[in-house]
Design a protein around this ligand. Structure first.
Ligand SMILES: [Zn+2]
Length: 64
């Protein structure tokens, strides 16, 4: 099964979103450029499930 999270998402601003690549950094940890869904209107970023899990795993590993 392929990821379909990028399709059908609408931002809170009511705008449709597009897929893009942006640098991800959380809690001072640099995760590099990741594919994500970005609202072209307000700039909100929606990370894919995979990326979210990667970040959570890393945060847990570092005990943050
Ligand atoms: Zn928006």
């Amino acid at each position: 099964m392929k990821s379909e999270s990028a399709l059908g998402i609408r931002c809170n601003s009511g705008d449709k979103v597009k897929t893009g690549i942006n640098v991800v950094e959380f809690f001072g940890i640099y995760f590099g450029a990741k594919s994500m869904t970005i609202c072209s209107k307000c700039g909100s970023e929606y990370l894919s499930q995979n990326v979210m899990e990667e970040i959570e795993a890393e945060v847990r590993k570092r005990g943050l």
